[in-house]
Ligand binder design. Structure first.
Ligand SMILES: Nc1nc2c(ncn2[C@@H]2O[C@H](COP(=O)(O)OP(=O)(O)OP(=O)(O)O)[C@@H](O)[C@H]2O)c(=O)[nH]1
Length: 292
């Protein structure tokens, strides 16, 4: 039996969250069109009772910037690599390899961990693919290279086998039926944030975070009442989230509630509000809480 921790790294929008969801067959990490929506090291767990178990550490997309916010994200990338037995590096096969990609390659090359290179989005036709394969082959020495489509679920079985194969020998770390060790409140917040970002990604791209204010379980009705705040940075962003006559926030609430009801074993009643916390991104105490 094999068992190990896998760090998923790659540029924003390479498809890391989609891949995690495809492998674990469950809604683990949030996905959205706009880059850098994953802010935490989120664990997804995949178990094959004959072969072994892999526990994923999902890291935010690698992004070069000297802004404080990105520095925290980079710390998360480094720390999840250091915690991992295997590094899975996901490359968007439709994008040209740029300076950021070279930075990631330097990090994975210096990590001394077994590396699995994944070329994602192979369902999209790409004339520059041969050139990319060539460039990667010179720069990086992975244990295996897998060409997949996380979205269309192609090449996933082979990838899972390659990952398990490169893990150390050991017993299962979590019971076989576990998908994630995230706290329920954290998962709720992620799902709400995903719905919000999808609705207002043009107006308020990265400045929303979800504060879970209160939850109360009613045993007789098997219902969980949840109050959460969509927190934005500026007064002017509040209106976009609320929308005309409250339409936008209503859609976010209903979408999130529907999804939460699929995941949790009780009925969720969501009370969703908006509030402003000026420049939360630059507040260290908040960032530490988000990235814990
Ligand atoms: N065509 C195609 N699109 C994909 C594939 N995998 C992911 N995508 C799309 O690429 C976009 C980004 O995917 P994510 O999974 O959110 O990417 P990520 O790497 O987790 O992004 P960050 O959270 O920003 O780090 C989404 O619109 C996905 O639907 C794929 O195999 N094929």
């Amino acid at each position: 039996m094999k068992s190990g921790f896998i760090a998923i790294i790659g540029r924003p929008s390479a498809g890391k969250s989609t891949l995690l969801n495809t492998i674990c067959g469950y809604k683990i990490s949030i996905t959205a069109q706009s880059p850098q929506t994953t802010r935490n090291k989120i664990r997804g767990i995949y178990t094959d009772t004959d072969k072994g178990q892999i526990v994923f550490l999902d890291t935010p997309g690698y992004h070069i910037s000297d802004k404080k916010f990105n520095n925290y994200m980079m710390e998360a990338v480094h720390s999840s690599i250091s915690e991992a037995d295997v590094v899975m590096y996901v490359v968007d096969s439709t994008k040209v390899l740029g300076k950021e990609e070279q930075e990631i390659i330097n990090i994975v090359n210096s990590s001394n961990k077994p590396l699995i290179l994944v070329l994602n989005k192979m369902d999209i036709k790409n004339k520059a693919l041969e050139e990319m394969r060539g460039l990667l082959a010179v720069n990086i020495k992975p244990k295996a290279i897998l060409e997949i489509s996380a979205l269309k679920e192609q090449g996933i079985t082979e990838l899972k086998d390659a990952l398990i194969e490169n893990c150390p020998e050991g017993p299962l770390m979590y019971p076989a039926e576990y998908y994630t060790d995230q706290e329920p409140e954290f998962r709720m917040a992620e799902i709400i944030r995903e719905k919000a970002i999808r609705r207002v990604k043009d107006e308020v791209p990265h400045s929303i975070y979800v504060e879970m204010a209160d939850t109360e379980y009613n045993e007789a009705e098997n219902t969980m009442w949840v109050r959460a705040f969509l927190t934005v940075e500026q007064e002017s962003q509040k209106g976009f989230v609320i929308g005309h006559k409250g339409e936008t926030i209503k859609k976010i609430r209903i979408g999130a509630q529907r999804e939460l009801n699929k995941i949790f074993p009780y009925k969720i009643k969501l009370d969703l509000r908006v509030k402003v916390n000026k420049r939360w991104r630059r507040k260290d105490y908040l960032l530490k809480g988000i990235l814990k």
